[in-house]
Design a protein around this ligand. Structure first.
Ligand SMILES: Nc1ncnc2c1ncn2[C@@H]1O[C@H](COP(=O)(O)OP(=O)(O)O)[C@@H](O)[C@H]1O
Ligand SMILES: [Mg+2]
Length: 165
C-alpha cells in the first residue's frame, strides 16, 4: 500500500487581531475560484477577524466584513473574485436545507463559512479548515489544515510564507 501523504497542517499562535487578519490575508491571496474556508471556533475566537483578512487577500475592502446579525449569507465584490461570507450561527434544524447558501460553493468565488458544524452534509470534503481557540485575552491558537488536493497548496503556501517570515 502506498504511504499516506503528510497531512498538510500548520499550528500557529496569533498574538493580536491584526496578526490573525494578516494570516487570513495570506490565505486569501492563495485562494482560487471555488475554494472553501471553514472557520471553526467559539464566539469571540476570531473567525470574523480572519474572514476580514481573507477578504483583504482577495482585494475586497475588509471593512465590509461584519458578523451578520440575521443575514446568513453575504456576497462581497470588488476584489479579484467574489467572497461569499456565510455565518450559520443562527441556522438550526429545518432551516438548514432551505436557505440555499450552498449555491455559493459553485459560484466561482471563495466561500468562507463560520460555524461549519451546522453545515451538515453540505460542507465540502475538500476545504481549508481553520480552527481558532482563545488561549489568552489577545492570544489565539490557529490550526490551519487542508482536507484534500484542492486545498493542499493553500496551506503549503502559508507554511512556506510563515517559515520564511
Ligand atoms: N489574536 C486575536 N485574533 C483574533 N481576534 C482577536 C485576537 N485578540 C483579540 N481578538 C478580539 O477577539 C474578537 C474576535 O471577534 P470575532 O472575529 O467577531 O469572533 P468570532 O467571529 O469567532 O465570533 C474581536 O473583538 C478581536 O478584536
Ligand atoms: Mg463571527
Amino acid at each position: 500500500m502506498a504511504a499516506q501523504p503528510d497531512v498538510i497542517s500548520l499550528d500557529l499562535v496569533s498574538h493580536s487581531s491584526l496578526h490573525t487578519e494578516r494570516l487570513g490575508e495570506r490565505l486569501g491571496r492563495s485562494a482560487r475560484p471555488n475554494d472553501v474556508f471553514a472557520l471553526w471556533g467559539e464566539l469571540g475566537a476570531g473567525k470574523t477577524v480572519l474572514a476580514r483578512g481573507i477578504a483583504a487577500g482577495l482585494g475586497i475592502d475588509p471593512t465590509e466584513i461584519s458578523s451578520p446579525t440575521f443575514i446568513i449569507q453575504r456576497e462581497h465584490r470588488g476584489g479579484r473574485m467574489s467572497m461569499f461570507h456565510i455565518d450559520l450561527y443562527r441556522l438550526e434544524g429545518a432551516d438548514l436545507t432551505s436557505t440555499g447558501w450552498e449555491e455559493s460553493l459553485e459560484a466561482g468565488g471563495v466561500t468562507v463559512i463560520e460555524w461549519p458544524d451546522r453545515a451538515g452534509e453540505a460542507l465540502p470534503d475538500d476545504r481549508v479548515d481553520v480552527r481558532l481557540e482563545q488561549i489568552a485575552d489577545t492570544k489565539r491558537r490557529v490550526v490551519v489544515a487542508a482536507t484534500g488536493r484542492r486545498s493542499a497548496p493553500i496551506v503549503e503556501e502559508l507554511r512556506n510564507s510563515v517559515a520564511g517570515a
